[in-house]
Design a protein around this ligand. Sequence first.
Ligand code: TRP
Length: 336
Amino acid sequence: MEETIVSKKRMLSGIKPSGDLTLGSYLGAIKNWKERADEFECYYFMADLHAITVRQNPADLRRRTMEQLAQYIACGLDPEKNTLFIQSHVHQHAELGWVLNCYAMFGELSRMTQFKDKSAKNADNINGGLFTYPSLMAADILLYQPDYVPVGEDQKQHVELTHTIARRFNSVYGDVFKLPEPYIPKVGARVMSLTNPTAKMSKSENEDTGRILLMDSPEQIMRQFKRAVTDSETCVRFDKENKPGVSNLMTIYAACTGKTFEEIEREFDGQGYGAFKPAVGEAVVETLRPIREEARRLLADKAYLQDVCRKGAERAGYAAEKTLRKVYKKVGFAAR
Ligand code: TRP
């Protein structure tokens, strides 16, 4: 029997190891990635080059990078099926990042909302890397010629700028880069802070209230959910505008249990938040338990993790090098 070989579509994404992974990272990103492994050829990386645009404690950065790798795997990203790697292990990122800096305009970079936000938050360290962050991100993406880039809403602008840069480059040198689509999943795309439900649950935030980390104990998780902000009504109803806290809890509950909003409204009809909040907590505890346990087990096996990131970097480097060679030739760098 003849077999048809259909080349799979490619997908790529990264997360900065600038904070510990949260429930938001899992429900909003990683959980969706793992469902793509058979359908797509996937590349996922720890964006440590991006992390240093904000000052990091070196020991923490190193620890978090390895933890993140262990957590990716524990969340179900099989390193045999997915290419998992550490950004700084694949030198082509920094190299293409430099080239693309020369094709990203000052005005474009100045208009990025993330740059404006971070400049406001780190007024004493508005460094060049923070400013050119999107050129490096464009390099991360374009090196691999992916079809899709799964990102959160807040990164869409960077993917759009990637398009602009790629189009500009292609218009001068021909079709070098493929233009990828951002891929924003519908369910659980945006998990908000439990104490400030109009802001995203952030891993970089210092205060530990309002967020759930993948490695939190069941007691910590339950405590956070009992403290979650709701509203002065008592009914469990989805209304993002007027009931952001409750709607966020419903989003989390739906993502953990697979129930629809209508089913959840019916389940807690007449019961008030006293029953609802701990139920959400329990669902989260059960969702995260196997992940935490598996991540712990993997972290104890340093040789295995090192093997995974070595193989990942090799595979990624191979794909990245192809694109980089082409780019170097096109812009006129002399052959080695
Ligand atoms: N900027 C992304 C974030 O802060 C992380 C990232 C870096 C990324 N490079 C990327 C995401 C390339 C997707 C593709 O979340």
